[in-house]
Design a protein around this ligand. Structure first.
Ligand SMILES: [Mn+2]
Length: 406
């Protein structure tokens, strides 16, 4: 029996539950709208949850219900553990919405998340920020499936398919399980976009605060705003390197509408990033095409036009970026020429070759503190071959090779 009930905090039923009670079986089903998990429970559990529809103490429950107190204690512990009962004095949903669901087919055959991991791959299957196609949401699943189906298990690989420098940089990542595949952020089609962005931000904050170096796989480019926001909160001197055909500082008639807090999308996420006080400078590479006619840089925005970059690479001239500051890289795959990477929603001709991207990386990234990166806008709906996936995988590996791990 529980005798010491002097400390009895308030509890509250999660507002994100869908509870149904079956007349036939007498059992209840609880669906947690946020985790996507459902539970079959006894009617007593349903009564307990119903009791806590207003904040109440466990003492009050003990008085109310004709069940042994120690059994009630066990039930309450279970409900709290699963996020079905909340402590209303804490920030409710924040404790459990950052659910990352482990995946079976982990990319490159790396291990699942563990505390010693330094570099952490996380998929963000969200595509609703792209006004043309939501297919980008499929990419985190698609790339892992491709890796699995083609047996691309790189754990013990020597990486001699890459140049020696890249191979040398990649090996330590795959040794001693320093690189892990955490899984995919749980995203439910019923969730509001504002809620998903809040979850992305919360999940990324946790990783940055824990000192992990995350590699995010999108998803459309709208996810990069909460990611960069989270990075800039841990690294207040943050600089951003942005590979893209587009500046993503475009306005639209929707921008003035704040429906459920949604005020950004794939085409204006950078406008929002530039407003973040901790984001110091943004260096954009690969900007081109009619969409950018008349573009003038905003404060902190440095535009390197695609044709200028190509010319500068040919001449072997270096780009002048500050040293000794933390960098976050956001990589929109449409920076590559559509003949190299066709699977993206808003292709623009005249992009970089794979060789140019490699050169650009090797010029910009070595010796820099790279605190995390994302790869976005790969969209399997626009490429029936797996060319896009293969190119994206190579980009992913090359970006990972520049991560600073111990
Ligand atoms: Mn783009």
């Amino acid at each position: 029996m529980i005798t010491d009930v002097s400390v009895s905090p308030l509890l509250l039923k999660s507002p994100y539950l869908d509870i149904t009670l079956s007349n036939q079986t007498g059992k209840g089903t609880i669906f947690n709208m946020i985790s996507g998990k459902s539970y079959e429970v006894s009617p007593a559990i349903v009564s307990i949850l119903d009791f806590f529809r207003q904040p109440a103490t466990t003492d009050a429950l003990f008085d109310e219900m004709d069940i042994e107190n120690d059994q009630l204690e066990l039930a309450i512990a279970y409900l709290q553990r699963n996020g079905l009962l909340l402590d209303p004095s804490t920030e409710g949903w924040e404790r459990f919405t950052a659910d990352v669901m482990a995946v079976k087919n982990r990319i490159f055959g790396v291990d699942a998340y563990h505390e010693r991991a330094e570099a952490v791959i996380v998929g963000i299957p969200f595509g609703k920020g792209n006004g043309k196609s939501m297919g980008g949401a499929k990419f985190p699943f698609h790339i892992r499936e491709f890796s699995q189906n083609n047996n691309l298990l790189l754990k013990g690989a020597d990486f001699l398919l890459f140049d020696e420098l890249t191979a040398t940089r990649l090996q330590p990542l795959f040794q001693n399980s320093k690189l892990v595949d955490y899984g995919n952020l749980f995203v439910n089609a019923n969730e509001s976009t504002a809620f998903v962005y809040a979850k992305i931000h919360h999940m990324a904050s946790q990783l940055f605060k824990a000192g992990k170096i995350p590699a995010f796989i999108g998803g459309d480019h709208s996810i990069s705003y909460p990611l960069i926001k989270a990075a800039s909160e841990t690294y207040p001197n943050l600089h951003v390197i942005h590979f893209d055909a587009h500046t993503d500082t475009y306005g639209s008639r929707y921008d003035s509408i704040s429906h459920w807090g949604k005020v950004h999308h794939y085409g204006n996420f950078m406008t929002k990033c530039l407003e973040l006080s901790n984001v110091q400078q943004v260096y954009q590479f690969g900007i081109r095409g009619f969409a950018n006619a008349g573009t003038r840089p905003r404060p902190k925005q440095h535009i390197h036009w695609c044709h200028q970059v190509s010319e500068q690479l040919r001449q072997g001239k270096r780009f002048d970026l500050p040293d000794d500051v933390p960098y976050y890289v956001t990589f929109d795959v449409d920076v590559l020429d559509p003949t190299v990477l066709p699977g993206t929603a808003t292709p623009i001709p005249g992009g970089f070759s794979l060789e140019e991207i490699k050169q650009l990386f090797s010029q910009l990234l070595p010796g820099r503190q790279l605190v995390g990166f994302d790869l976005v806008e790969a969209n399997p709906d626009f490429d029936s071959t797996d060319l896009t996936t293969q190119v994206a995988m190579e980009i992913l590996l090359r970006l990972m090779s520049y991560l600073t791990i111990s």
